[in-house]
Write a protein of this length. Structure first.
Length: 338
């Protein structure tokens, strides 16, 4: 067991370093893509089955959500989606872990390194958000809107410069937890199976966790499980971020305590409030999603005028938090090993 911990630590650290060096090169198959395809296939076929069951011959879709029975069926099918995706994803991961370590501890360590590299998104998050910064510096709002549309879920066609910057900073703040610290913690604690379990749930939430007509009931199980899995990581990430704020630590702590629940999600505002306090910005506020206006609370105070440089500042805090989180995980694993 102690030898396994040594290999686990080496693989975990190696994967983090690889992500820092090269990120996710285009053209290499990514495991999350396969998870997404599985979710999309199940989404299509499970809801198709529901529509077949509920249609009495005409206009089944028009009656969705009006019947308690249909709501219960869709909720149950959503549970089936979660169960099938997690069984396949975690099962395959456990099999590959056993297979690679069964061949050689070094091959198992290499497998862990590759999985860690693929499941962390630190370098890619910086790369994609900095494309927004570069477009703004070049004076092209259209290019900036397109760049930010690649990393946020809101409508971006009508965003002005401040709205674009705000969206980029918010997604860096939120994904510091969702894309870096949370998968890092699950990988450190439970190995590849833990990392894949987290990413599978996170991917399901991003694909079916919407509160619209199609997913109101079907996506509930995935959304709630995502909230549960992110509850501790988001708060751990927020505390790490605060410690990495340097001279802005007091401001970050103050806004965190005040605004960390100013979001419909119990977790999203944890890191966004820290980022808002550290940068002296007001984040959040109303946004359009799929053409519909969503009223949201604001986070932070407008101490500073928002500017493109805030995207760079957000990425500096992202990297500080990622390195601090890696060191924390390694320290805990080292203590356990010793």
């Amino acid at each position: 067991m102690y030898q396994m911990m040594k290999y686990h630590m080496i693989g975990f650290l190696s994967g983090f370093i690889i992500d820092q060096l090269i990120g996710d090169p285009r053209g290499i198959p990514h495991p999350v893509v396969f998870i997404g395809k599985l979710i999309a296939w199940l989404d299509k076929h499970l809801l198709k089955q529901d529509e077949t069951n509920e249609s009495g011959g005409n206009s089944g879709r028009n009656n969705r959500g009006n019947s308690g029975g249909n709501s219960e069926i869709e909720f149950f099918l959503g549970i089936c989606l979660v169960a099938i995706v997690l069984t396949i994803t975690v099962g395959v991961s456990i099999c590959l872990t056993c297979l690679t370590y069964g061949i050689s501890p070094w091959i198992g360590m290499a497998y862990e390194a590759v999985v860690t590299w693929q499941l962390l998104a630190c370098r890619d998050l910086k790369k994609e958000s900095m494309l927004v910064y570069e477009a703004l510096k070049n004076g092209s709002l259209d290019d900036a809107r397109y760049a930010v549309s690649r990393i946020v879920g809101r409508d971006t066609a009508s965003l002005d410069e401040a709205g674009i910057i705000r969206a980029a900073v918010e997604t860096v703040a939120e994904n510091t937890s969702d894309g870096v610290i949370a998968p890092m913690l699950y990988l450190a604690a439970f190995g590849p199976a833990g990392g894949f379990l987290y990413k599978a749930v996170n991917t399901m939430d991003s694909m079916v966790g919407y509160k619209n007509e199609r997913y109101m009931h079907f996506g509930t199980a995935a959304a709630r499980l995502d909230d549960v899995l992110n509850f501790l990581p988001s708060r751990i990430c927020a505390l790490i971020m605060i410690l990495c704020c340097g001279s802005k630590m007091r401001d970050a702590w103050r806004i965190f305590l005040r605004d960390r629940f100013n979001h419909k999600s119990p977790n999203s505002a944890q890191t966004e409030s820290v980022m808002a306090g550290a940068l002296g910005l007001r984040l959040g506020g109303d946004s359009y999603y799929f053409g519909e206006l969503h009223h949201k609370l604001t986070i932070g105070d407008p101490v500073c005028e928002i500017e493109p440089e805030d995207i760079k500042r957000a990425n500096i805090l992202l990297y500080r938090t990622a390195y601090a989180g890696e060191l924390l995980c390694l320290a805990v694993m080292l203590i356990h090993w010793m």
